[in-house]
Each structure stands twice: as C-alpha cells, then as structure tokens.
Design a protein around this ligand. Structure first.
Ligand code: NAP
Length: 501
C-alpha cells in the first residue's frame, strides 16, 4: 500500500478539517492524495477515531458488515464479519498512519468557532490552542458525537454512578451489582448482553421497542482471511453484495415500501423463535412499521432478556431516586449503577462549534429550526465550507463510511473546478439549495421514517434534518461532480469584481 500522495502536483490551497474520525481522517488522506499538502485536522479528543474513540462500552461493535464499513482505498483484514469497536478504532488510526496524515492531526484541540473573512477570502478558526486560517473548511463532526442525557426527574439525585454508553466509566466495576439500563436502541441492545453475565441484576427500561434482524455475525477463519487477501476480487464481490443488500433496504424504506411486510415477517420470526414467554414476547414486539426506527442487528438481545437475572421494564420511568428507579406504576427497583443508553443530540451537527458565514450570520441563524444543506454538504452564504455527513445524509441502511467518501469526492470535485477556473471562492447558489431541499422534503414524507414512530431522525415537530430519502447510488451520482448551475465560483476575495460563474 502506498503511503502519502499519488503523485498529483502539489496544491497550495490550505484546508482545515474539524473532527478526527472516519470523516476527518478520510478527508485528510484523500486531499493529500490529490496533492493538497496544507491540510490540518483538529480533533478535540486525545486520539483519532471519532465516535469509535468515544464509544468503548462493552459489546460496542459495527452493525454494517466491515467490508463495507471501511474506506474503499484501504481494505482491511477484519477478524469478524461485523468488527468490534476496538478493531475499528485501531483501523482508523492505522489508516491515518499508513497514509502519512497522522502528523496533520492536532489532537486535544477543540475548534470553538469558525468565521468566514469575506475580505481575506479565508476561514478563521479559533481553537483551544490558538487561531488558525485556511482557504477551505471541512467539518467532519459526525451526527452521533454529543451524548443525550434524558431529562428524567431525580437523575442528579442518584447516589451511585450513572453514565452514558458513550462515556463509559471503565473505573466502575459492575460485577455482582444491580444495574439499570435505560434505552433499548442500537447501543442498549449491544451493552445488555455484554454485561448480563457479570451483573447480579439487570433491569432494562424500554420506552418503546424496535424491530431487530438476525445479525449472523461470525469470525473470519485464518483461511478465509488469507483467501480475501490472495483474491481481492472476492472481497470486492462481498462488498458489492453488501452494498446491494443495503440498497434493497434503502428502497424498502423509501420508494418501495411494499417490501416492508417481508422484512416484518423476518423480524417477527426472530422474536417468536427466540422468546418462549408470551408476556416478554408481547413487550418486545413493536407496533410501528419495521424500519421506522433503525432496524437493529442482533443475535444476543432476546436470549439475554430471557435470562433469569434480567427484567424488561416496559412501564414508563416516573423518577430516579437516590437508590433506584421508580416506574409509573409506583414500583421502585433498587440499582447500584445506571447506564444511560439514551442516544445522542443528533440534530445539532457542528455544535457546539460556532460557525459564521459571509455577512457574520451564524449557521444556527441560517438553519433556524431545521439544519439543511445542499446534498448535505454546502450551505448558501457559507463559501468554501463543506459538511461531511451533514444534514439529511443518514439512512436506515448503508455505510456512513461510504457516505463520507462520497462527500469527500464532492469536495475534491469542487476543488478541481476551483483550480480549473482559477477561483478562490465557491458557494452553492441559494436557488439550487432550495430546489434540492424542496425535492428532499417531498420525498421524505413518503418514507417509513415518517410513519409515526419515535426515532432519532425526526424531531418532536416532525422536522427531519437526518435522513436521505433516496438510494445510496443516487447520493454517489449526485456528489461525484458539480451539478450545472449549482455553484457560483469567483475570485478571492469575493469583493473582486471578477465573478467567474
Ligand atoms: P437511540 O437509537 O436514539 O436509542 C435511544 C434509546 O433510549 C431509545 O430506546 C429511546 O427510547 C431511549 N430513551 C431516550 N430518552 C429516553 C427517556 N427520557 N426515557 C426512557 N428512554 C429513553 O440511540 P443509540 O442506541 O445510541 O443509537 C443511536 C444510533 O447510533 C443508532 O441508530 C445507530 O445509527 C448508531 N449506533 C450504531 C451502532 C453500530 O453498531 N454501528 C451501535 C450503536 C449505535 P424511544 O425509542 O422510545 O425513543
């Protein structure tokens, strides 16, 4: 594997990237390979890895097969079909090292604000370690990086440790303890089976159940790994078949919803075959449409719930007391520790970083109630700025790593156009962004995510700043180049008369 550039002529433009997870590392590598040497990545954590650096809870693992949950330019020899979090963490760091961008990443450095200087035609960043200027700003902050603490009365009065899955307290020994887990999303269903064998009692508080599918995870034998290595075509075929199955899921949740009853039958069968107790079966069977909440992949969740030391509490939580949790029926269950598997503030995107565009207007003001961006990437009034995995680029299926790569491809297409036209400034035209947004909102209304369940995609007012309502190949096609008339290019500083586009 080559390390570093691909022989492209060195480019002088400077690029600042915020976030050192898959997005930031991928962008740094791909920009470097395109000849951009002046690339700086800011990561507020101590190490690279992003969401995989933070989520170290027991059982944390990928739920997209790893041959698609990796960069296309850096295939890896994974130990399992769905790799564990620690392996993914090591992979991201390994890619940064192998492709020579580790020294471009400033860890333990938080970007607090980014402001476009119209006169200078540059972005000015304030960080915890001083100021920085760059021609282009790429944000790679993820959608699931800010843990959400539920507003449950009494939480702060709890006497024992209470912590979020994304802020796992490795100093707290749960062995032999009475533990309460609040939340039964992707994180909850991974952590419960992982800690169940060691704890004395486990009360799992479920607000509303989600549908699951068999994960069918398995270890890759040394023979299989050797085969994948010896015949890269095999891995590519596997990747293509995973991609195709993710596309089928995307179609079922968007334009081809007639497929959903089939998926529901598979999900229902998993519950019926895994749980004998009719009461538990009733409690875990959702009433909403399959796919409305993210479908969770697991082989261990139902068997864990059926264990003697586990209780699934489907009553609403009334309050947390100093010694436990009281449900709405008045029953109080004692707990020594509480795990909050309650998800993330997923609609804030770049927050808490403050971003201000050309006229000093902040991104928060531009967005108002609903964050939105053209192809999830660019916002009118915010020149030379690209948001990786930005608004409406999440899906019910698909690999975020693939989405990120498409986004970086778009950044490269924009830079190519700027180089070709000698431009210093690129900005999406408001009409293009508004037309895209109209089409997107119309398509979203037809998707399963808006069929009336609670999920982290749609907010309490029915706004959806999260989901991509089409196939992934549509995202790939639309981001691969600049659509005619979508962007305005001009010389920098923008006040120069010479508008180029
Ligand atoms: P989540 O899907 O948002 O689930 C949060 C859970 O907490 C839900 O069960 C929710 O109930 C419950 N909850 C929230 N507030 C509550 C409250 N006040 N009282 C009681 N219950 C409350 O979050 P997540 O499980 O962390 O997963 C988020 C996303 O991260 C996933 O959809 C996935 O995209 C990603 N993820 C991926 C992996 C992976 O394997 N790659 C692993 C973990 C997470 P309701 O459903 O009723 O709202």
């Amino acid at each position: 594997m080559s390390s570093g550039g691909n022989g492209a002529a060195p480019r002088r433009r400077s690029i600042a990237i915020v976030g050192g997870g898959f997005g930031g590392v991928g962008a740094a590598v791909m920009l470097r390979r395109a000849g951009y040497e002046d690339v700086t990545v800011f990561e507020k954590g101590e190490r690279v890895g992003g969401v995989w650096q933070h989520n170290t809870y027991p059982g944390a693992a990928c739920d997209i097969p790893s041959h698609l949950y990796e960069f296309s330019f850096a295939p890896n020899s994974w130990s399992r079909r769905f790799s564990p979090g620690s392996e993914i963490r090591a992979y991201v760091e390994g890619v940064a090292r192998r492709f020579g961008v580790l020294d471009r990443i400033r860890t333990a450095t938080e970007v607090t604000s980014a402001r476009w200087d119209e006169d200078g035609g540059r972005w000015r960043l304030e960080t915890s370690a001083g100021s920085h200027e760059a021609d282009v700003l790429v944000t790679a902050c993820g959608q699931l990086s800010v843990p959400k603490t539920p507003p449950i009365p009494g939480l702060e009065s709890f006497a024992g440790p209470a912590f979020h899955t994304a802020e796992w307290r490795h100093d707290v020994d749960l062995a032999g303890k009475r533990v309460a887990v609040i939340g039964t999303g992707c994180s909850g269903i991974q952590v419960v089976p992982a800690i169940q064998p060691e704890v004395a009692r486990l009360d799992v508080y479920q607000r509303s159940p989600g549908w699951t599918f068999p994960k069918m995870d398995y270890e890759y034998s040394p023979g299989m790994r050797a085969l994948f290595k010896r015949f890269p075509l095999l891995r590519r075929l596997d990747r293509a078949s995973i991609y195709a199955s993710q596309e089928l899921g995307a179609a079922a949740m968007t334009s081809q919803r007639w497929l959903l009853p089939l998926l529901r039958a598979i999900a229902k069968r998993q519950i019926d075959s895994a749980i004998a107790d009719p009461e538990l079966r009733r409690k875990v069977t959702p009433s909403d449409e399959v796919g409305c909440k993210r479908i969770m992949l697991t082989d261990e969740w139902y068997p864990a719930l059926a264990e003697a030391n586990v209780d699934l509490v489907a009553e609403r939580i009334d309050a947390i007391t100093p010694s436990g949790i009281r449900d709405a029926s008045g029953v109080e269950r004692p707990a020594d520790a509480i795990v909050l598997a309650t998800g993330f503030a997923s609609h804030d995107f770049v927050a808490p970083m403050e971003v201000a565009g050309g006229d000093g207007r902040s991104l928060a003001e531009e967005w108002g109630e609903v964050p939105r961006a053209y192809l999830g990437l660019t916002v009118p009034g915010f020149p030379n700025m690209f948001l990786l995995y930005g608004p409406n680029t999440n899906g019910g299926t698909g690999s975020v790593v693939n989405t990120i790569e498409c986004g970086i491809g778009h950044v490269l297409a924009a830079l190519r156009e700027m180089e070709a036209r000698g431009a210093g400034r690129i900005e999406v035209r408001r009409e293009a962004a508004e037309e895209f947004d109209r089409d997107l909102r119309a398509a979203l209304t037809k998707t399963v995510w808006h069929s009336g369940c609670s999920n982290w995609y749609v907010d309490e007012n029915g706004n959806d700043p999260s989901q991509w309502p089409w196939l992934w190949r549509t995202y790939r096609r639309r981001t691969a180049r600049l659509e005619p008339g979508a962007y305005e290019l001009s010389a920098a500083p923008a006040v120069a008369e010479a508008a180029l586009g």
